[in-house]
Design a protein around this ligand. Structure first.
Ligand code: HDE
Length: 760
């Protein structure tokens, strides 16, 4: 390898890029397409693709692979060099005047290394700093010509590559994944007509109606400025002070206090575009749309106690889950749906479709499925891709357009603006993960870190010296044209700082959300308000919040007040004189239980307890059955490594009781074998496994003697009602329980056992 490397120039593609070696030199005025997967064994691209992690998808299937190839670096078989390509002979010692003498200023090897290191960090995102991302593709179900001419929807089966970043909002870059928070759900479509970014959240509404309030909201929720606490949490005075003074946030608060704000995984949460957008067809006709992403694996969440514990044991819980699902082939998948409605229909709704604190209930406008998205490839490098990706609501393509939502307008400005400082100048669209697959030609020039080398002397338009190029595209060439939307009333044409009247209605949909939940979900919302407000130290803030909640739900307000040991305050006065009558009073689609998913257990993690003296055979049979169903079984014992089974079966513990606590798993299996069960019964960790699984309403399978561990941990196999707990499967003969356990696992949680306070 050394010999070959020495014979080759360091950057073997360099010549090809200039065209000298490959005859790729572009003629003046000709379109330049980036060389894809150069046949010339490149050192800049992977020389050993198979050895690299994160390439689950077959090469070439995802069209972003080839353009990124140009900048991939694989150092296998390569000598160490400085940034100037000079080979380094000693990477251990700085250059000194004698072994004990001073380090010399001329040591360019040391300075090259340290200087770069000193500048490795870039500012984190002002919000959504903590995130994880993956590559994949979007596939359209059908041609949507009647609705839109947007490139991804041009034909049935058409695939468009995507890069998706999920995030929390309030926490810093290194903060825990399982904070109670909104999750970002940002999708970049690399379409053949330019990049389209659908920058959404896992909750379909927002706290505020106007971008003017965004900095206030973010200042209120971030750690308090005097002592910089708490990290990644809304349970503190300034957040609740602000939202209790902003009744428009009540609907969003219902969602954020629900289990939606503690998803089990990125693969088991919905995504929403939030704002009303427009779809435009080739005739220039437009309709309003709301975008929905629905996960194939169903909507599943954590319980609060579980989320708190996970944040200590594995702050990377969601990042790890996303990575492992993709590496193992249990690809996260989401169906894209749109709610389509006309301007005339919108005018008749009891709410304003420009108000981002309102949904359009699915009973009013059904969701039409239009395609699916599969995430099948992990990034090669976190910084280059996940950290440097820049999403922007302004990135839309012909066939799509904005609505007049004032929150959206602020976003169209904000994203590029913040990225100019975060990514160090105006040329971040050239960073490989951000650059479109569609060719880019304009007269913008120069700026920090410019990569493109523009040819010729013309950088203006109109021009004759370059034959008028690059030229404006007419409708036939898919030039972007904004919808000539009409302003409705005459008074709308005056400049005002004001809101439409319906924006003053704050509670109808907060009530709709609460009343559409199952009893268990309602109990979780009440408990979340109780927890968060109990962390508020100023009693007046708690009172104001409960006073506001009374307008949404008398029942919820009463529960929260009782939970805070306070009398029920008077309801907050309403901002609207005549409250419009809502069209829908209950929407089953708003409950997480409405989407159990495909019924599979793919990607669910199950822990099988073991210790010396357990029976290996029944445990391995369960292991095998789980594995065949796509679940991820793990054997946990007091120590990692070999377990001495009573029946001589070879058993290896993947994890130990201390390094992967029980609450990290979706299900628990207790082993058979008296001696082994005895040993586990003397280990407090094993009881924690049983109690946490029980408290978090997860399924437990007890094989034979393993049932003793349930009793010893104080866990009952019957519900508070006296009926048998369907989430606890007792398999006395250790041979028949696995099927019942797998279907209990597919149900995810067994809330019928839940009590407040918990029994165990
Ligand atoms: Fe964002 N938001 N946002 N936001 N947002 C950012 O852009 C902003 C809002 C969302 O994975 C920032 O590059 C304003 C709603 C996601 O990189 C910033 C307003 C929704 C992400 C910004 C909103 C979102 C961001 C910070 C109110 C759901 C992460 C860094 C007018 C529909 C994208 C950056 C990623 C990130 C501004 C409200 C979603 C500061 C001004 C509503 C998923 O530009």
């Amino acid at each position: 390898v050394q010999a070959t490397a020495a014979a080759m120039p360091f950057n073997a593609t360099k010549a090809a890029e200039h065209g000298a070696a490959q005859g790729l030199e572009p003629a003046i005025g000709q379109l330049v397409t980036p060389p894809s997967r150069l046949a010339t064994g490149s050192t800049l691209s992977e020389s050993q693709a198979g050895a690299k992690v994160g390439t689950q998808a077959p090469e070439g299937r995802n069209a972003t692979i080839a353009p990124l190839d140009r900048v991939r670096v694989d150092s296998s078989g390569q000598p160490l060099t400085t940034n100037q390509g000079v080979r380094i002979a000693d990477n251990q010692n700085s250059l000194k005047a004698g072994t004990r003498g001073p380090v010399l200023l001329e040591d360019f090897v040391l300075r090259d290394k340290i200087t770069h290191f000193d500048h490795e960090r870039i500012p984190e995102r002002i919000v959504h700093a903590r995130g994880s991302a993956a590559h994949g593709y979007f596939e359209s179900y059908e041609a949507l010509d009647e609705l839109t001419m947007a490139a991804p929807f041009k034909a049935a089966g058409k695939r468009t590559p995507v890069f998706v970043r999920f995030s929390t909002v309030a926490g810093e870059r290194g903060s825990k994944d399982t904070a109670r928070d909104v999750r970002g759900f940002a999708v970049k479509f690399y379409t053949d007509e330019g990049n389209w970014d659908l920058v959404g959240n896992n909750i379909p509404v927002f706290f505020i109606q106007d971008a003017m309030k965004f900095p206030d909201l973010v200042h209120a929720v971030k750690p308090e400025p005097h002592h910089q606490m708490p990290q990644a949490a809304s349970a503190h005075d300034t957040f609740w002070d602000f939202v209790s003074l902003m009744p428009e946030s009540t609907h969003m608060l219902m969602w954020v206090m629900s289990d939606r704000a503690i998803p089990r995984s990125y693969a088991t949460m919905q995504g929403f575009g939030v704002h009303s957008y427009r779809m435009v067809n080739a005739q220039g006709e437009s309709v309003f749309v709301k975008f929905h992403w629905n996960p194939k694996f169903g909507t599943h969440s954590l319980t609060w106690d579980e989320a708190v514990k996970i944040s200590g044991a594995d702050p990377d819980y969601h990042r790890r889950d996303l990575w492992e699902r993709i590496e193992s082939g249990a690809f996260p998948e989401y169906e894209l749906g749109v709610q389509v409605f006309t301007e005339e229909e919108a005018a008749r709704f009891s709410f304003d479709i420009l108000d981002a604190t309102k949904i359009v209930p699915e009973e009013l406008v059904p969701v039409r499925p239009i395609g699916r998205m599969v995430l099948d490839r992990n990034p090669d490098n976190f910084f280059a891709e996940t950290e440097q990706v820049a999403f922007c609501t302004a990135n839309i393509i012909p066939g799509l357009d904005f609505s007049n939502d004032p929150l959206l307008a602020g976003r169209i400005h904000s994203y590029v603006d913040t990225q100019i400082s975060r990514l160090g100048g105006p040329n971040f669209h050239e960073i490989p993960i951000n650059s479109p697959i569609a060719p880019v030609h304009n007269n913008q020039r120069d700026g920090m870190h410019r990569q493109a080398i523009h040819r010729g002397r013309v950088a203006y338009e109109p021009n004759s010296l370059a034959g008028g190029c690059p030229f404006q595209a007419g409708a036939a060439e898919q030039g972007f044209t904004s919808v000539a939307a009409r302003l409705r009333a005459r008074e709308d044409q005056a400049k005002v700082r004001a809101k439409p009247e319906l924006f003053a209605e704050h509670y109808n949909q907060a009530r709709l959300f609460y009343e559409s939940q199952t009893p268990a979900e309602q109990a979780h919302i009440a408990a979340a308000f109780r927890f968060e407000l109990s962390k508020v130290t100023v009693p007046a803030v708690r009172e104001r919040m409960v006073a506001s909640l009374r307008n949404a739900s008398q029942e919820l307000a009463t529960r929260v007040a009782a939970g805070l040991n306070m009398p029920l305050p008077e309801p907050m006065p309403l901002a609207i004189a005549r409250v419009p009558k809502p069209e829908v009073k209950r929407s089953l689609a708003l409950s997480l239980m409405a989407r159990p998913g495909d019924g599979s257990v793919a990607g669910r993690k199950v822990v099988l307890l073991a210790a010396d003296g357990v029976l290996g055979e029944p445990l391995m049979a369960v292991h095998q059955a789980l594995f065949e169903q796509g679940a991820v079984p793990r054997i946990a014992a007091p120590r990692i490594g070999p377990v001495q089974t009573a029946d001589g079966v070879d058993l290896q513990a993947d994890v130990s009781l201390e390094n992967e606590p029980g609450f990290l798993f979706d299900g628990l299996v207790l082993p058979d074998g008296e001696a082994g069960v005895d040993m586990l019964g003397r280990d407090g960790h094993a009881f924690e496994f049983v109690r946490d699984q029980y408290r978090h309403c997860k399924p437990i399978l007890a094989l034979g003697a393993g049932e003793g561990l349930l009793r010893a941990a104080g866990v009952s196999a019957s519900l508070p009602s006296g009926a048998a707990d369907p989430g606890i499967v007792i398999d006395k003969d250790a041979d028949s329980g696995v099927e019942a356990f797998i279907s209990a696992l597919a149900r995810h949680r067994h809330f019928e056992r839940e009590t407040d306070p918990p029994r165990v």
